[in-house]
Design a protein around this ligand. Structure first.
Ligand SMILES: Nc1ncnc2c1ncn2[C@@H]1O[C@H](COP(=O)(O)OP(=O)(O)OP(=O)(O)O)[C@@H](O)[C@H]1O
Ligand SMILES: [Mg+2]
Length: 398
């Protein structure tokens, strides 16, 4: 049985998929031109070596309701297979697809290169789930990008930045971005996103979810910006039951499944935040334009250096609630930190308003300096993003 199965009666699309695979992916493609797709995985994957099928593409010609039905059955019966829906992506479809376990949506007009990248990811994700189900094999730690948002002081905007970064990344990687509220005692991501989660961080690190990535995925909430969310436990007392080791294991599981794992933390470097930072690929370090906050961040960066947390070029310093009228300048802050400020987010009424509204600013607004700064921060995590040189920092202040 082939590694990739494509169901479509569209010759042009099939040719693009074929070229995408022959241009750099291992494994064969089998095309089924009969778009009246079978009811169950068994009917589709009959024959020897069915275990080797990693990706099923439900291509042009397949009725969307058939595709969603088959995906739901696959999710339960063959969770290691990545089912990809080929359709013009829209938010309603993406949400239905996420809930039914479809891994990704591919635009029917996508070019060969885009198809190749998506198939590679879908294949990798299938392989990861295979390994994760096989408890004896090592878990991959580096499959996804894990971004931890941290600060020494409270109330500087970590949750605001984490939620908006996740929304921005949800556009780059819809259905492949997860936001985790690791502020286990008093986390308020659920409020910031107006979610009433059935399951929380505590369920995710105890019981069946620990062994089975499919159970873990079922514990995630879905936000209508096409991201998954793992909210903090409902009771502060439950935070004590989550150890650093639990956090490490959770990150390994999520990084194997998602392209982006964004983690909001409590102020300071407690056990849970440290565990997350030890396994993070990137850190967003937040301060405001006042001396205690900047000094606190300087000390935090010293701890990063001492413990070897997150490579220095992967630490982004963000000055939040920035104001021209501040007695401290960005240059003063950079001098204290002995390094560059990556991003400046102005103090903005619309950000405070968005928190109270329970909708991240980037989810409903596309203009204004705050939106621009948040978008730029989110975009800096794109794989093709280049480091910013000589930015006009003053110009970014409101
Ligand atoms: N750039 C900004 N402009 C105006 N208000 C902001 C800005 N950033 C954050 N805020 C507001 O500041 C408050 C605190 O923000 P937030 O909850 O994101 O901080 P935090 O660092 O996560 O806090 P904690 O340490 O308690 O978790 C919120 O009401 C938020 O709306
Ligand atoms: Mg917070």
């Amino acid at each position: 049985m082939s590694r990739f199965i494509l169901i479509t009666d569209n010759h042009d699309f099939e040719q693009r998929v074929r070229k995408a695979i022959s241009g750099g992916l291992a494994g064969e493609l089998q095309t089924l031109a009969d778009v009246a797709i079978p009811e169950t995985p068994q009917d589709l994957l009959s024959g020897e070596g069915e275990e080797s099928t990693e990706v099923i593409l439900l291509g042009p010609g397949v009725a969307p309701e058939d595709a969603l039905h088959l995906a739901a059955v696959f999710d339960v019966q063959r969770p290691t297979v990545s089912v990809v829906l080929v359709a013009v992506p829209d938010q309603d479809l993406a949400l239905a697809a996420m809930r039914l376990g479809i891994r990704d949506i591919l635009d029917p007009e996508a070019e060969e290169r885009t198809i190749r990248v998506l198939l590679e990811r879908a294949g990798r994700s299938a392989a990861t789930r295979h390994r994760a189900l096989d408890a004896s094999s090592p878990k991959p730690a580096d499959a996804g990008r894990t971004i931890v948002v941290a600060s020494s002081k409270g109330g500087v905007g970590k949750t605001t930045l984490a939620t908006n970064i996740a929304v921005a990344l949800g556009r780059i990687a819809p259905m492949s971005t997860v936001l985790v509220d690791l502020d286990a005692q008093f986390g308020d991501v659920s409020i910031a996103l107006q979610l009433d989660p059935e399951h929380t961080l505590l369920d995710a690190v105890t019981g069946a979810a620990k062994q089975d990535p499919m159970v873990l995925k079922a514990f995630l909430s879905v936000h209508d910006s096409s991201i998954y969310v793992l909210c903090a436990p409902k009771l502060p007392a439950h935070a004590d039951r989550i150890t650093g080791q639990d956090v490490v294991h959770l990150i390994e599981q999520l990084a194997g499944e998602f392209r982006y794992v964004v983690i909001d933390t409590a102020p300071g470097l407690g056990e849970q935040a440290l565990a997350a930072l030890e396994h993070a690929t990137d850190a967003v370090m937040v301060c405001t334009m006042d001396v205690p906050s900047v000094r606190g961040l300087r000390k935090e960066l010293d701890v990063f250096d001492q413990l070897g947390l997150v490579a220095p070029h992967r630490r982004k310093v963000v000055v939040n609630m920035a104001e021209r009228s501040s007695p401290l300048s960005i240059r003063d802050i950079e001098a204290t930190l002995r390094g560059p400020v990556e991003s400046i987010v102005p103090r903005a009424k619309e950000i405070a308003f968005s928190t109270n509204k329970g909708v991240p600013l980037l989810h409903y607004s596309s203009r204004g300096p705050a939106v621009k700064a948040l978008n730029r921060l989110g975009d800096s995590f794109r794989p093709d993003s280049k480091p910013r040189k000589g930015m006009h920092k003053r110009a970014e202040l409101a």
